[in-house]
Design a protein around this ligand. Structure first.
Ligand SMILES: Nc1ncnc2c1ncn2[C@@H]1O[C@H](COP(=O)(O)OP(=O)(O)OP(=O)(O)O)[C@@H](O)[C@H]1O
Ligand SMILES: [Mg+2]
Length: 463
């Protein structure tokens, strides 16, 4: 068989195989680049085949290209898993193997890369895990171990907050749908539970589902249930609507729900019955819906993430929880509450804040809202020893941790543990970066962290 025929075989083979294949010759020209690879990399085959690799893939730094490393240093890279967003923003997970092809004298004549798209496998395995979790007996799902909150747990005297609490308290006496907007950590879950446990549904289930936490394909089945044979392997299972019957269903981050499913939800809410996925029976339901979002509904509608018609149906009662930076007058009371809570937890006796500490807390913006404030207090209490007064030195705001690296004359004995760890982390990163001439990918690999994580740290610590 001559070379031409061999080439034909390779071309045919690469056309029928599901894995992406890319072969580059020693001159750096791509001679095989199959459709599967083009699909994965969202490129056109014609733009790659027969063209110089360095020109076509000029956006990839030379030292980061596994193909070039195989060509130049005869280096193999085996089964490296990569997760990235393709041009359309879809998350793709591949497993790549790149090997040099050597002639009889050990000289590299080409490099071959094979990429296997395991996105579906990954989704499937997540699905299985999720189903296993769901497979716990149903009574466990209907009686989940959640902490029950009620209005008395919502601390704060701020006028705007009080107004919203007043609306919520009134809403709890009705069956109307409630739409809660609030940034992360502002207490949406607290509010939703308070409404439920203050209503005449309080002895019926309160169930919560985060719409962003599940793959699209599963959410529908989880909400509405599945009927046997509805789709491959489906079993008869009641969805959250049935399980929450008579009670309340909290749909967290409803804007993360696929658009199509939002219209199905709207239909259910209008008709008061559901049909399991793949089933034909209409099952009447009586569930109060509380939906939450952490961006303004106007913005979400404008960006096509929330259906307007669904929003109008859910927004019978509208609650908007102000962020902590707009109710700083509540900080002192909240701190008092959290000190008491975490003193008990850590068996400490920190009873008050110094003026400096309060001032520091009041000067911060709290992107993570009350959850973030609580975390500050929790960590301060846990770090304290016998102090009764909490001073500034126990409070580490993120900016300070970031600045830990410039403390040239650091003194581990006097540093808080977070600052000390940050200091060590910064130095390790700096050293490794220097070892690899500032190459982020290589440094991340050696440190055993993702490239994005390293980039995030570099930004955070201003390295
Ligand atoms: N007014 C408040 N008083 C006391 N604790 C609060 C208050 N608001 C929130 N918290 C506490 O802050 C934390 C976050 O609250 P919650 O989970 O209700 O926020 P969320 O708005 O649902 O956040 P996310 O959008 O991230 O889900 C909880 O530990 C909660 O107990
Ligand atoms: Mg929440």
């Amino acid at each position: 068989m001559n070379a031409k025929q061999y080439e034909k075989i390779i071309q045919e083979l690469s056309n029928i195989i599901d894995e992406g294949i890319h072969i580059v010759t020693e001159e750096g020209k791509s001679i095989v680049y199959n459709q599967a690879m083009a699909n994965l990399e969202k490129t056109n085959r014609e733009d790659v085949i027969g063209k110089p690799f360095r020109v076509v893939f000029s956006h990839i730094p030379e030292e980061e290209s596994t193909l070039l490393r195989a060509l130049k240093q005869a280096e193999s890279t085996l089964n490296i898993q990569q997760t990235y967003l393709n041009r359309y923003g879809k998350e793709i997970t591949t497993v790549n193997t790149t090997v040099p092809i050597l002639n009889d004298y050990g000289k590299v004549v080409a490099a071959l890369e094979i990429a296997k798209d395991i996105t579906d496998i990954k989704t499937m395995s997540n699905t299985i895990l999720e189903l296993q979790r769901e497979a716990i007996p149903e009574h466990k799902v209907t009686a989940p171990k959640i902490r029950k909150y009620s209005f008395k747990d919502i601390i704060g005297q701020n006028r705007k907050l009080k107004h919203q609490l007043d609306i919520a308290a009134r809403a709890s006496q009705t069956d109307a749908a409630v739409f809660i907007y609030g940034e992360t950590g502002t207490g949406k879950e607290l509010m939703a539970q308070s409404i439920h446990f203050n209503s005449n549904r309080k002895d019926k289930p309160f169930l919560a589902q985060n719409c962003a936490a599940l793959p699209e394909s599963l959410l529908e089945g989880i909400l509405f249930g599945t009927a046997r044979g509805g789709f491959t392997g489906a079993v008869d299972r009641a969805g959250l609507f049935e399980q929450a019957n008579g009670g309340t269903l909290l749909l967290d981050e409803i804007s993360a729900m696929p658009y199509e499913l939002q219209s199905k939800l709207l239909r259910v809410l209008q008709e008061d019955y559901i049909r399991r996925v793949g089933g034909s029976r209409d099952i009447p339901i009586d569930v109060r819906i509380i939906a939450t979002v952490n961006e303004t509904p106007e913005e979400l509608i404008k960006n096509g993430l929330l259906r307007k018609d669904l929003y109008y149906r859910l927004n019978i009662v509208n609650i908007s929880i102000p962020p902590l930076r707009e109710r700083k007058d509540d900080i002192a009371t909240l701190v008092e509450h959290f000190l008491e809570k975490h003193n008990k937890r850590f068996k400490k006796e920190v009873w008050m804040l110094s003026d400096g500490a309060l001032e520091k807390l009041e000067n911060y913006d709290y992107p993570g809202n009350i959850r973030e404030l609580e975390n500050f207090i929790m960590s301060a209490v846990s770090l304290s020893d016998k102090e009764h007064v909490l001073t500034e030195k126990f409070l580490q705001m993120p900016q300070e941790v970031a600045m830990a690296n410039i403390q040239a004359d650091y003194n581990p004995e006097e540093m808080s543990i977070d600052n000390y760890l940050a200091y060590l982390e910064v130095n390790i990163i700096k050293e490794r970066m220097a070892d690899f001439g500032g190459n982020i990918s290589k440094t991340a690999e050696v440190l055993g962290i993702k490239r994005q994580t390293l980039q995030h740290k570099i930004k955070k610590y201003q390295i």
